[in-house]
Write a protein that binds this ligand. Structure first.
Ligand code: MRU
Length: 375
């Protein structure tokens, strides 16, 4: 089951507003890159690969608006994911100035969230598409739209491969615990951790899922449970602090999560709380799996200590559903992610292979085979 998380439709970026889920399924049309950047910051669209796709569409939106600006007889849109670009009047358009504007837009998106490297990976691809077009506006239109749509389309293919590669690890009757949301809502495709679970389910294996609610923003309760129930997969939501008791009772067969950035030695950042689950896996002998595409790898960083960790508004911790839950005078600690050392991992599942007991050597060899690094 594919979730339509974000798309580029007739000159607008359309997102499923994830803040409103599961109460309301509302698609919102976004007409300006600044509005989309704000939507990323407040998690209306979220999840490492999905924010990369959204930002790529955001750069295309800037191009759309530049082309249409001030033209009386312009078509109502230029670009659409799924059909060819409408013809546009090239007369008087300054390709170099528009390219500079697009690069500024890419910088604006790069400043939205610091941890998920997929955002920077997608923006780097968009920057290269802009730069190789020079000041030729027709080429710019062709390259920028093709790149944004290729980033989006690639996600779906990648997610399916991750699902296939990971499903082998899940046996009929297993109970899997997951954290945050690493589903189609987080990738604009099929998901990563949830792609593995969905694929196993489609293969006829009976998989039960425990979804940690994921305070403070409840991506597990609101989004993962929504996605899994729609896919017909058995899901039980738990408070984050109930996880240890399930491990102690021997009721978890595997933990499966996504990641926001995996570095050279296999250390990784994922939603705050992932580290605690990894420690529990170590203590109780439960396999800890991470499902992530190669676009989540940052091989420019050696270990997890250099991953930038987003700190969010303390208000997210000091309130619940709009109601104050802590005195104003109290401070709040609100990191959005934590770092899990590679030593806790059983395997990383990518679209090309499964890397067991990952370390720098195995990751480098797998990256070489995948064409990410020279082999
Ligand atoms: O703050 P969020 O909701 O963007 O955090 C998302 C996560 O931590 C996901 O687990 C991660 O991006 C992997 S998504 C395939």
């Amino acid at each position: 089951m594919i979730v339509r998380t974000v798309d580029y439709i007739k000159g607008k970026v359309v997102i499923l507003d994830q803040i409103l889920l599961p109460t309301e399924e509302k698609y919102v049309e976004i007409g300006y890159p600044e509005e989309l950047a704000a939507a990323i910051r407040i998690l209306r669209v979220r999840g490492a690969p999905a924010i990369g796709v959204a930002a790529a569409h955001g750069v295309l939106l800037a191009l759309e608006n530049e082309i249409l600006a001030g033209r009386k007889d312009a078509p109502d849109h230029i670009f659409d994911h799924g059909s060819d670009a409408a013809g546009f009047d090239i007369e008087g358009l300054d390709g170099a100035a528009i390219a500079a504007k697009l690069l500024e837009t890419a910088d604006m998106f790069a400043a939205t969230r610091p941890t998920a490297v997929n955002l920077f990976w997608a923006l780097e691809r968009m920057r290269k598409a802009i730069e190789r077009s020079g000041s030729d506006i027709a080429l710019l239109a062709e390259n920028v739209s093709a790149e944004a749509f290729a980033i989006h389309d690639g996600e779906l293919e990648t997610d399916h491969r991750i699902g296939e590669n990971g499903a082998v690890l899940l046996r009929d009757g297993m109970t899997v615990l997951t954290h945050c949301n690493a589903g189609g809502l987080a990738t604009a495709g099929y998901g990563t951790a949830l792609a593995v679970i969905k694929t196993a389910h489609e293969q006829g294996k009976r998989i039960s899922v425990y979804a940690c609610e994921t305070r403070p923003l409840l991506q597990g309760a609101r989004l993962t449970a929504w996605e899994l129930t729609r896919a017909g997969i058995d899901v039980t939501v738990l408070c984050d602090n109930a996880a240890a008791s399930l491990f102690a009772a021997g009721r978890i067969d595997a933990v499966m999560t996504g990641a926001d950035r995996i570095v050279t030695n296999g250390d990784l950042a994922n939603k705050i709380g992932t580290l605690g689950l990894a420690v529990l896996c170590g203590k109780y002998g439960v396999p800890m799996y991470i499902a992530a595409p190669w676009s989540t790898f940052d091989l420019s960083i050696e270990d997890g200590s250099s991953i930038p960790i987003e700190e969010r508004d303390p208000g997210e911790v000091k309130s619940f559903a709009g109601v104050k839950t802590a005195p104003d005078e109290a401070r709040a600690y609100n990191p959005a992610f934590d770092v899990t050392p590679a030593g806790f991992l059983t395997a990383i599942i990518t679209e090309t292979c499964v890397i067991e007991s990952p370390d720098a050597k195995k990751i480098s060899a797998a990256a070489g085979k995948a064409g990410i690094l020279p082999a």
